[in-house]
Design a protein around this ligand. Sequence first.
Ligand SMILES: Nc1ncnc2c1ncn2[C@@H]1O[C@H](COP(=O)(O)OP(=O)(O)OP(=O)(O)O)[C@@H](O)[C@H]1O
Ligand SMILES: CC(C)(CO)[C@@H](O)C(=O)[O-]
Ligand code: BAL
Length: 286
Amino acid sequence: MITVIEKVAEMRAFITQARKQGKTIGFIPTMGALHEGHLTLMQEAKKCSDVVVASIFVNPTQFGPNEDYDAYPRTWPEDLEACSAVGVDVVFRPSVKEMYPNGWGTWVTVAGITDKLCGKSRPNHFRGVTTVVAKLFNIVQPDKAFFGQKDAQQVVVLTRMAQDLNMPVEIVMVPIVREPDGVAKSSRNSYLTAAERKSAPILYKSLCAAQQLVSQGEQSVQNIVAAVVRSIKSEPMATIDYVEIHSFPQLEEMAGLNQEALLAVAAKFGATRLIDNIILKPGERG
Ligand SMILES: Nc1ncnc2c1ncn2[C@@H]1O[C@H](COP(=O)(O)OP(=O)(O)OP(=O)(O)O)[C@@H](O)[C@H]1O
Ligand SMILES: CC(C)(CO)[C@@H](O)C(=O)[O-]
Ligand code: BAL
């Protein structure tokens, strides 16, 4: 039977009990509106944890003033059913007041890597993510926490936070789950009109074309980025936010690779901003 917990004190009491019994805790933080991407994280957690805890909390502090906090899909009954079906033991579902009570005033910020990629177009977004995830880690005290590669920069930022603050948690990155046409599964895909949805595969198509270029020996970051920009621009419904290549040793380590780089894109389709990425594998050199 799945247990739903809404209060921090109850969540901590549950964890204390589980720890006394020597159980390991796997944790999947989410904002709900669950899809196969989230369920894959839960399945991965289940493989290596005695107790699987998922949180569902649409975190207001990571949304900008003109972003979609109010509109963000909330699908609680279906989410609970999905968690139950996949074998989650506990869903932690606090209210905003429970997480940010009157008088709350502490932020957790990670410097440097939060300024680029999504951090540029979403100022303060990562400050909200690191603050809420630090709180959730303190409440759930997981051995391992599972995050999707779809939000690769988030994985890098949270790994940095856990290292810098000596948090005894292993951050595990899980590969991107995609729709049959290549679009990365995302709760925000539900915002797309039929025409926008039809044009959305251009992101992954452009990333794959870039990998092909690299496999053929292209090594110039400038040329690869230019090719991706050209390719995305061939789709009139897409407006590019960024196309960037970065090297993040933590990601490469988690992906079991070395000498690779993250090629990440963000683009708007109408009012909806989608992100995607691949880890470029080196081509034949010389
Ligand atoms: N397609 C996917 N494949 C793998 N992991 C995913 C995928 N989509 C989301 N995740 C991961 O699930 C966790 C919770 O993400 P979140 O609840 O924000 O869902 P989401 O679908 O990414 O929503 P959105 O991007 O619209 O906010 C994050 O670690 C995220 O990276
Ligand atoms: C990690 C997270 C649940 C924190 O609110 C969120 O950023 C997400 O869903 O990726
Ligand atoms: N999936 C990352 C959370 C966000 O976009 O706010």
